[in-house]
Design a protein around this ligand. Structure first.
Ligand SMILES: *Cc1c(COP(=O)(O)O)cnc(C)c1O
Length: 228
C-alpha cells in the first residue's frame, strides 16, 4: 500500500473515533482539536498529512520541528510538546505557534522575552507522577503559584493545562484528576480553560474527560522507529 493510502486510512479511522467519543460524551466536536504528532517521522509524512487536510502538527524536539516547519506551508500550526530546555527557547519561539509543555517561571520569562516570536499559546504541563522528577511538568500543588507568577511577571496568559497519563494507572483515573485540577484552577484563572490530554492509547478517555486538544501520533503514522 502506498504511504498516502496507509496514512489516509488511519487518519480517517482516528477522526471517526474522535467523532464517536465526542458524541458519546455529549460534546461539541468543534471544541476538540486534533494535533497530529509527527516526531520521529519524516517530513514527507507531514506533507502527506497536509495534503489530507491536517493543519496542526506536534513535535518534541526543537531541531526537528524547525526543519519540518520550514518545509510545510505557512497555514500550519506547530505545537511544541517536548521538555523545554532554556537554550532552545529562542529557537522554539521562531517556529512554534503553541507550547504545551511550559512548567517554570524561568522559561516563561525567557519565552516572553523573545523578540522574534511566533508563539501565541501556552499550556502549563502538570506532572501527574510527582515521584518522577524526570517527567516534565509542575506538581498540581504548585500550579496556582506558578500561574500567579507568570501573570505578574510576564505577558503570557496560558490557555490551558496539559498532561501525559502515567503508564501505571488507568487513563480514566488520571484524566478525572486533571478535570478536578482544571476546575480548581478556573476559580482563580478562568482563562486557563483548555485541556491538552490524550494520545494514541487514551484519547477516547481524554475526550470523555473534557480534552480540547488531542496529541496523536502512532495511531495515525504507525509505530516510531526511535523512542521520543
Ligand atoms: C509522543 C507524544 C505524543 C503522541 O504519542 P502517540 O502515542 O504516538 O500518539 C503525545 N504527547 C506527547 C507529550 C508525546 O511525547
Amino acid at each position: 500500500m502506498r504511504r498516502i493510502e496507509e496514512i489516509s486510512e488511519r487518519l480517517e479511522e482516528v477522526l471517526e473515533r474522535i467523532d464517536i467519543a465526542a458524541r458519546e460524551a455529549n460534546r461539541d466536536r468543534a471544541e476538540i482539536q486534533l494535533v497530529v504528532v509527527t516526531k520521529n517521522f519524516p517530513v514527507s509524512d507531514a506533507q502527506i498529512l497536509y495534503e489530507l487536510g491536517v493543519r496542526a502538527f506536534g513535535e518534541n524536539r526543537d531541531q526537528e520541528g524547525a526543519l519540518k516547519s520550514e518545509q510545510l506551508p505557512s497555514d500550519v500550526t506547530w505545537h511544541f510538546q517536548g521538555q523545554v530546555q532554556s537554550r532552545k527557547i529562542k529557537s522554539i519561539a521562531s517556529w512554534a505557534d503553541c507550547v504545551h509543555s511550559l512548567d517554570s517561571l524561568d522559561h516563561a520569562r525567557k519565552f516572553a522575552g523573545c523578540e522574534e516570536s511566533k508563539l501565541r499559546d501556552f499550556f502549563i504541563q502538570v506532572n501527574l507522577e510527582p515521584l518522577r522528577a524526570d517527567r516534565g511538568g509542575i506538581s498540581s500543588e504548585g500550579l496556582e503559584q506558578l500561574l500567579a507568577a507568570i501573570y505578574t511577571e510576564t505577558a503570557i496568559r496560558p490557555i490551558g493545562l496539559m498532561a501525559v497519563a502515567p503508564t501505571e494507572v488507568e487513563p480514566e483515573r488520571a484524566f478525572a484528576l486533571m478535570q478536578e485540577i482544571r476546575e480548581r484552577i478556573l476559580i482563580s484563572f478562568p482563562a486557563t480553560a483548555a485541556l491538552s490530554l490524550g494520545m494514541s492509547g487514551d484519547f477516547e478517555a481524554a475526550i470523555a474527560a473534557g480534552a480540547t486538544h488531542l496529541r496523536i501520533g502512532s495511531s495515525i503514522l504507525g509505530s516510531r522507529g526511535l523512542p521520543a
